[in-house]
Design a protein. Structure first.
Length: 202
């Protein structure tokens, strides 16, 4: 993660030295770019880790949060989210959430935001809008409702977004979020480890 030009690295020892060697050769702008993602992947993929990112980390203060109330929002429990959301469509949402915030059209969910408790009073907002219902401000309204609930219940909301995801970035900024840093995560999967023999690290 890079915050205000400070670089923070957390990795297993077998990856750490190789990552540090890469960091010594590249500046933070290059590390947290498509090029950096590729170069990190060359190190981590043979060990079973895919690279996710770069992603912008978005935070704000309660006083800067902007509420939108253009649509009726339903607040759902975690059980209701699991029973009503289609994971293939709403895959940025958490299915282990504190609360879900949805807009329905003729009984079907067309926009949803969830709050996932990550500990220490921080909650991550996940957001999706049905492909047939985009560009109507639905995502902005459920995202706004999720953040407001979090602040009202003494939680600190944050979210992350890929720099290429223009609609989601606009939604988050519209609600008062600001980018405080950029992050790249390593995700372990046995599929990547099984393919290690096919990766050239030269």
């Amino acid at each position: 993660m890079c915050i205000r030009d400070s670089l923070y690295i957390g990795a297993e020892e077998k990856i750490h030295k190789s990552i540090l060697s890469l960091v010594d050769r590249l500046n933070s702008q290059m590390i947290f770019s498509q090029f950096g993602m590729y170069e990190i992947s060359r190190i981590t993929h043979p060990l079973g880790y895919y690279v996710w990112g770069p992603s912008w980390f978005m935070f704000t203060e309660k006083e800067s949060w902007i509420n939108f109330n253009d649509y009726k929002i339903e607040i759902l429990s975690n059980e209701e989210i699991n029973n009503q959301l289609d994971e293939k469509i709403f895959w940025h949402n958490s299915y282990d959430c504190l609360k879900g915030f949805v807009i329905k059209d003729q009984g079907k969910i067309v926009a949803s935001a969830t709050l996932h408790d990550v500990g220490d009073n921080f909650v991550e907002i996940g957001l999706d809008t049905h492909p047939d219902a985009q560009l109507k401000g639905l995502g902005t309204n459920v995202y706004s409702a999720a953040g407001k609930w979090a602040f009202d219940n003494n939680k600190i909301p944050y979210s992350s977004v890929g720099p290429w995801n223009i609609p989601s970035t606009r939604t988050q900024i519209k609600c008062g979020m600001k980018c405080i840093g950029v992050d790249i995560c390593l995700l372990y999967t046995s599929d990547a480890a099984d393919e290690r023999s096919s990766v050239d690290l030269g």
